[in-house]
Design a protein around this ligand. Structure first.
Ligand code: AMP
Length: 539
């Protein structure tokens, strides 16, 4: 017997319709690229995304066509998040921090027809315009007054472009499996690969990531997503926001600690989402200026392993932390770590031990760890293996590939991360497969070693790389950024680590630097560190 319930398709457009109907006056506040604060409501977002859909259609964009953006977190970008997939086209959010050769590659590979850019990125586009094969129109996300001079022929002003269209528009009833968005992976090796989200996966991910043990925010919440809308759809926050109907505060281009603190206090922000680099800037500002954000209840971190000192700094200020793990291929949110009632009795270190783990899978995704032969390993919190994942918001193939071509023979997606899982289902990333260090035939986890090094009171950030070694094959080298005012010596760091890790894990060298090289998505570029410091020992 078949169930007799409606088969309502899960569409991105249904999210903005819901928000506009049920939370019409809830605000979207933006610190604009042009400067001033801009205010609108969910009702306005619906109206303007419908007008945008009409404008796109009028310029020849049809279902399944791809449209690209190079934009900050703003209300105009939010309109694109709804207007483009709403009409059945596909929103390709491009990371402006990509190297220009990769920028050209992804725009051509996705066959984007129209490119929407914020003022900041117009020079970037001008530099590559001649090499774009498919983009025909550049739309600049601003009004007439702020339109820049540009060498790009026929550049269009966004506000004028949508002004000529009304919002009397009914979203088409699409197949829920129709593509909604494309994000390219960071591409640390080879060319970036396109991950194609569907309407269905986007809506399910928004629901899943709003579950009580994930990133729940009610309609009373005031949320500042610092995670960029140009990287994995800002962790789906722009979609979860409409589903729950909360107020969004968009930081535009100003992401420094002072600017964020000012905006948080201006709008009474209760929740914010960021990567560790952003948290560090914010906390450093609070530390030096004595500033605080009394309304802030929760900081959410993800995208890279969090430093213990960072978690401690939030907790000691009464700000709860949730820590998520995921990747572009997983939409991205797949696991979340949080403190539960069971952890109340723990001391601060014990709580941090829980929070540094990447956490439990959300309903909808399944995890497993496997050995080199692909055999599942036990969940004992000690045995580590490659992490594999499956679920309705996990990619099955990359753009251009056959469905299922990114999966192993049993239908699992291999993440390239190495992890342990404890008996309660809490996953902990111990390394990237390619960053593991093999010394004398035994594995050293670079992440564990970094974690230990960052417990040193005078170390703010740490990265460990394996360098070739004549006798051991590879040995670890620690590259560390001292805390402001800190002046640690190599000796003090090694002595500190001696009590914490096995002797053979002790780095063969400690190199102090002012900053670690970060890639386009805020991750430490270990390839660059290896090129600089990986010369080898005795080889
Ligand atoms: P991306 O596709 O750019 O989002 O990168 C995904 C990769 O970032 C993952 O495979 C992990 O290696 C890393 N990553 C994401 N979140 C975390 C986290 N919470 N802790 C450690 N590594 C993370």
């Amino acid at each position: 017997m078949r169930g007799l319930m409606m088969e309502t398709p899960l569409l991105v457009s249904s999210l903005v319709e819901h928000a506009a109907r049920v939370f019409p006056d809830t605000e979207i506040v933006t610190r604009t690229v042009e400067g001033p604060i801009h205010r609108c409501t969910w009702k306005d977002v619906r109206s303007r995304s419908r007008r945008l859909a009409r404008a796109l259609q009028a310029s020849g964009v049809r279902e399944a066509d791809t449209v690209a953006t190079l934009g900050w977190n703003t209300q105009r970008h939010l309109e694109l998040y709804y207007g483009v997939p709403g009409l059945g086209a596909v929103l390709h959010t491009v990371n402006p921090r990509l190297h220009s050769t990769q920028l050209i590659y992804v725009l051509n590979h996705a066959a984007d027809r129209i490119l929407f850019v914020d003022l900041t990125f117009v020079p970037l586009v001008e530099a590559v315009w001649e090499q774009l094969d498919t983009v025909r129109t550049l739309v600049i996300l601003t009004d007439r007054k702020h339109m820049p001079e540009t060498t790009v022929p026929g550049a269009v002003c966004y506000e004028e472009w949508i002004a000529g269209h009304d919002d009397d528009y009914a979203w088409p009833e699409l197949d829920e499996n129709a593509a909604a968005g494309i994000c390219y992976t960071s591409g640390t090796t080879g060319n970036p690969k396109g991950v194609v989200f569907s309407n269905r996966s986007t809506v399910l991910h928004a629901m899943g990531s709003s579950l009580p043990d994930a990133f729940p925010v009610s309609a009373d919440g005031v949320v500042l997503p610092v995670v960029p809308m140009f990287h994995v759809m800002a962790w789906g926050v722009p979609y979860a926001a409409a589903l729950s109907g909360y107020k969004l505060v968009m930081p535009g281009p100003r992401l420094d600690g002072e600017g964020l603190t000012e905006l948080m206090n201006l709008e009474g922000v209760t929740h914010y989402f960021g990567v560790p680099t952003v948290h560090l800037g914010l906390l450093a500002h609070w530390e030096t200026s004595g500033a605080s954000v009394p309304t802030l209840k929760l900081a959410t971190t993800g995208g890279a392993a969090p430093a213990r000192s960072m978690l401690r700094a939030f907790l000691s200020r009464g700000v709860d932390v949730r820590h998520g793990w995921g990747m572009t291929e997983t939409s991205p949110v797949a696991t979340v770590s949080r403190l539960t009632a069971r952890h109340e009795g723990l001391d601060e270190d014990g709580k941090i031990d829980v929070l540094v783990k990447q956490g439990r899978p959300l309903y909808g995704v399944e995890l497993r760890i496997v050995d080199e032969g692909g055999r599942p390993l036990t969940w004992d919190g000690r045995t580590s293996g490659e992490l594999q994942i499956r679920g309705p918001w996990v990619c099955s193939a990359y753009l251009g590939g056959e469905p299922g071509s990114a999966l192993d023979g049993e239908g699992w997606f291999p993440t390239g991360d190495v992890a342990t899982i404890d008996p309660e289902g809490r996953m902990k990333i111990t390394d990237r497969k390619k960053d593991l260090i093999k010394s004398g035939g035994e594995w050293i986890s670079s992440i564990d070693l970094e974690d230990m090094a960052m417990r040193h009171p005078e170390i703010a950030r740490a990265a460990v790389i394996g360098v070739p070694h004549e006798k051991w094959g590879e040995r670890p080298v620690l590259i560390a950024v001292p805390t402001p005012g800190g002046d640690p010596s190599k000796q003090s760091v090694l002595e500190f680590l001696e009590g914490l890790v096995a002797r053979w894990w002790l780095p063969d060298d400690v190199i102090f630097v002012d900053a670690l090289p970060l890639g386009g998505t805020g991750k430490v570029q270990k390839t660059e560190l290896r090129a600089r410091y990986g010369g080898g020992i005795g080889v």
